[in-house]
Each structure stands twice: as C-alpha cells, then as structure tokens.
Design a protein around this ligand. Sequence first.
Ligand code: ADP
Ligand code: MG
Length: 722
Amino acid sequence: MTAAPPISLTTPVAAIPGVTAKQAEALRSLGLTNLGRLVAHLPMRHEKHEAEERIESLEPGRIASARGLVAATRVAGVGKKARFQVVLMDDHARLDLVWFNAPYLRHKIMPGVRLRVQGETKKRGPGLQMANPKFEILPESGPEPGLRDEALRPVYPASELCPTTLIEKVMKLAAPLAEPLIEDHLPPAFIAERNMPPLGASYRMQHMPETPEEIHASHRRLAYDELLLLQLGVFIKRAHLRNQLRAPALRWTEAIDAHIRERFPFALTPGQESVVRDLVKDLTRATPANRLIQGDVGSGKTLVALYAMLMAVADGRQAAIMAPTEILAEQHHLSIGRVLEGSRVRFKLLTGATPRPEREATLAALAAGEIDILIGTHALLTESVRFNSLAVAVIDEQHRFGVHQRATLREKASDASTTPHVLVMTATPIPRTLAITLFGDLDVSTISGLPPGRRPITTAVLPALNRPAMYKAIAKRLAAGDQAYIVAPAIDAGQTDEPTLESLDTPDPYARDAVAAPTAGLRTVKTIAKELEEHYLPGKRIGILHGRLARDTREHTMERFRLGQIDVLLATTVIEVGVDVPNATMMVVEQADRFGLAQLHQLRGRIGRGSKDSVCYLVADAETDDAKERLKVMETVTDGFVLAERDLELRGPGQLFGSRQSGVAPLKVADLMQDRQLLAMARRDAAAWVERSPRLDAPEEALLRRRLVKTHGPDIGLADVG
Ligand code: ADP
Ligand code: MG
C-alpha cells in the first residue's frame, strides 16, 4: 500500500481528488496542467446569478434563471442562419429557448435532459422566449441541486472544449486545497497594514467569493501585487544603473556653453533652458543619465538634444541620435547639418537604406573615433555598429521604440563598465499614469511652452461631402504662397502601412488600428493624387511621399517641399514625426477617424510652425458615436498631454497594453485607469523597499525576488542584477 503523495502546487490536475480524467484533459487544453497553474487562472469577472424562478412567474424583459425538462428540440434554417430551438417545461408552464448559429448544441441538449438556463426573457407569440441563454445541464441521477439563491459566480477565460462552468466546478475542489499551499511573498504585517488579505485567501476569494466585498478585497491585493512587482523591478533596475554602472562625466565650462550656443540659430526658450540645465547636471556626473524629455510637438526638442550631443563632442567623445523613421533621421541629418555648417564636428547618417560601401566606411570611422555624431534609425542597434567612446545616446520619439532598444543602445559603450548617458525624447506625450508604469526608471524633464511667434492652429472636422469647399479654401491660400500637407491612410489598395515602420518591429502603442483594419474603402495616396490633379487642385505642384519610395526620391521631394518648389505634399503618416517646414500652414487628414488622437495631434504638429495662421482639416464620415466624440476632442483640445490622457480614457489602456507593447509584461489583473490609486501606492512602497534593500537579498525576500525575476526579470533587465 502506498500513500498518495501529498498535494502540492505542482500536483497534476488529474491527481486532484474528485477531478475526472476528462475534466483534466479539457483543462489541459487551456494550459492548466497543475494545481498552481489552475488556481492562477483567475476569473475575468463575476456574475450575479439571479435566484431561480418558476417558469410561470417569469416576466418579459428581465434577466432571470429557471429550470425544466427539455421536451422537444429542433434545428431550423441552414448553414450560417441555423438556429437551435428548445421547448423547456416545468410542472406548470413552457419556456421557448433559441440559440443562433449553434446547431451543434443538438448533441448536448437532447429531449429528456434537465436544464438550468439564465438569460433575458422576451415576449414571443403567446409565451416567453430566451435567446442565447446560458445553460447548465443538471445531473441525471442523484439529488438535483435545490433552487439556488443569488450567487456570485466566476466567469473564466474559457474555450468551447473547456467551458467556464467546468473550470468553476473544478476550481471548487482546487481552490481550498491550494489556499494553504500558496506562500505569501509579502510579510503579514505589511499586508495587514494595507488592509489586504493574504495571497492564498485572495485566490480563494476570486474563485469562490462569498460576498462582493471579498471580490473587491482580493482584486485589490492581486492587482497591488502585480503593480508592486512591476515597480520593484523598475526601481531595482534604476538602483543598479546608479550604483554599479559608470558613465563619462562630461566637462562643462562657460566657454563650452557659449561655444555651443554660438551655433544655435535662436535663443533657447525658457522651457528649453530649464531642460538644458537638467541635462548639464546629468551629463557632468559619472552616474548614467536616463532621462525622458517630454515636450509637445514643435517645442524644440532637437536643439536640446543637440546641446547634449555637443557636450559629448566638446569632451572629445561621441554621441548618437536614433529616430524611428528614415525620413526623420534624414531630416535630423539635414537640420543638424545646417547648425553645424562650417564647424569641425564630424557627423554621419546611417540607416537601413545606407548603401553597403558607405555603411562600411561609416562603421570603420565610427570605431576609430573619426565620427563625432552618428544620426540614424534603428540601424544603429545592429551588432556591427561599434562606437569608440559613446557618451550620449539620444532616442527621438521614444513612444515608437520599446524598452529593449533603450537597453541595447546602452550596451553600445566601448567597455562593459561604462555606459552612455541616455536621453529619450517624446512628442507624443505619454500619459502620466503610463509613463510611471512603463518608464518609471526614467527621470522626466518637460519642455513647457513653444518657441515664440507660434500661431494657434484651427482644427475643423468635416464630412467628405465638404471636400470641394475645403479644397477651394486651400487653393486660395496656395495661390498666396502657402503650402499644404495631405495625409492618406494608405499608399494604394491593399497597402495600409509603411514598410519602413513595419520593419522596425517596434509596436507603437498609439498606432491606430488603421493598420489592422480591412483595406476596403481606404482612401489612398494614389486615388487622392488623381482627384487633386483632375478636380480639386489642377496645375498645382504635388509631391508624393511614403515609405516605399527610394531614399533619394524621398530626400529630393522633402527638399523641394522645404524650398517651396512643391505646393502640396501628399503623404502617408511617414510625415507624422519630426518633419518641419514652417511655410506649410494647411493640413488635411483623410479618414481621420482611422487615427488615434495622439497620432492626429502629431500630424497636426507639422503645421503652425511659422508666423501665419494654420488650419487642420480632419475629413471623416465617422460611423460610431465614439469615433465622432474622439474627433470632436481634436477641435477643442490643443494640448498634447490632455489629448493623450483623453485618448487613454476613450480607448482604454487595453490597446496600449496588449502584447504589442514591447518590453513590458502585460498587466493581467490591474487596470491602469481603475487602479490608479493602487499604482501610486505600489510605486511609493516599491521606492521605499528598494531604498531599504536595493538588491532584495535578505533571506525573507527570497520568494519575492524569485517571483519578481520570474514575472519581469528578462523584460526589465533584472537578470543582470547578479
Ligand atoms: P520637436 O520638439 O517637435 O522635435 P523641433 O525640434 O523639430 O520640435 O523644433 C520645431 C521648430 O522650432 C523647428 O523649426 C526649430 O528650428 C524651431 N525652434 C526650436 N527651438 C527654437 C527657439 N528657441 N526659437 C525659435 N524657434 C525654435
Ligand atoms: Mg522632433
């Protein structure tokens, strides 16, 4: 006789007493193979199940539960339209049930079976009907469960093979077994202080809640844990950076400062000055800087970045700036070139489009220290790029890059113990809640205000019907010497995205679903070009720009637009970031409802850069109220930070946090909007914790540390903590 081995969290589901082999098999299809995994499978929500009623007392228009015997079934209609109809009887009355598109149910629900159903009742002919009710087949033999009282029931992520009711049933066996086995990684006093239940109890309360308060309390604990782990990771990484790594402390003197400023075409704005002060402080220290520079579109971030890069050059070291698109890198190359004209600073452009021989020459010069500033795209991240002494690395438009890129660029320093100062810039302001969570390891500086002389932009949302009138207004201003951008969501039929962007493999949390949306009905560069030539703007000089054109063509077109040799630049969203032509005062965004608010704001930021009034037309026949509301916001709100917060509210953080957000483990329990206060608490607690114990190496912290590494280690670089 052998005693059954004791139950542990690694006990296979099939070995849990009371679980059948069939159930275990179904659970396996969801990856729920052992007790620990099973219990970690949390409900998506809980439903209040109404008390059961007799069929005769049901009333139309209410959600209700009832039970009865299946008296007859039939499948009506064929193919996609097929519906499954059931007559359910109890002792006194009849209820009709119908399921659409579910003919397969006839194999489950057969005459003679006893069913419990829940759904909304509707009047139908003489009697009542429930459409697509939830159902549960009651056991054939044995005592039938009595009429149930109101109950809170978990609803799980499930599949056809493994329905939520099955999970619920097994969980009733599993959760009580697991509860005492789940070790808490937080000290009892710590959680008691925060009025939270222990970890094991929290899982039980999620699976088998007795009261709504239990659901709430356990959610709070589990969400807090998730946020605390994330924040601990962020702070540990930061402590590691500060304590273990060294960056070159750059020399800074009044003379160097004067020398840099001499090159600048304008005096810095107060907002730029304040950020430059932050940067000087950062870069003169041997602690690696890790700073996010936020500034609304057009606030002048490039000049601030250039200041930092020239500090590196003045100290005899190298700097790099990385942009998310080739067009933007090309533009940085041109504008930095203008500022540095006639100086001895050596700078080069390196992108995926750089021809091989030129690329090799550049790489050799870079490694030999013969290039001071390297400007480029993600091509800078490739293995072969080696610097001689990289001191300042700037990442422009950070929101388009992931966290990994930042880490890779950091590793580009010449030896293992030094690392460059890293500055990341974003014009798509990251909402505070998100910034804290994703980039909590960054210091933040904000460039407030815009350079002087900017004129406000008028924004108008128009239906497609008004296109002729709009183009009439545009033609008039073009005749007066102004220029315009027209943005289309696609290049040509079947081409919704820019290859240059796609190849980046850096999901943009703000990229609208335009990319994934069906291509039918998309307005394209091609069709719009034809319309402009034939109807709206005949005789005007129209340039076309998108990511599929050769680099030479793009540069040439941009340059001609800049010089005023082109009146209208018809483009895809490649012009979204960074493009800077002050004489362009008009912008049309076609099918604007396909873009996110932050992205529209970016696009709009291309105009309003000169001393003339600018106007932005958003052409859209928005179909849903939601889309209409989003566009309306654009008419009244001009502050990018406010827009980004609104975007987050309207679209929800789900889209920002899907698997598409690279470099950060998605949150499973916590909701950034709803759990803001928990986030703030987790952040405070994590900061204090790391202050106290920067490496989490006390014996009682072993479990916490293990869970931290397991959940976030590879993503937030904790693995290198040693
Ligand atoms: P962004 O912050 O969007 O990257 P840019 O760096 O492209 O902004 O700058 C936007 C425009 O403002 C550019 O034409 C730039 O030359 C101009 N600019 C930057 N700083 C100043 C300043 N201090 N005074 C006047 N114009 C400025
Ligand atoms: Mg910029």
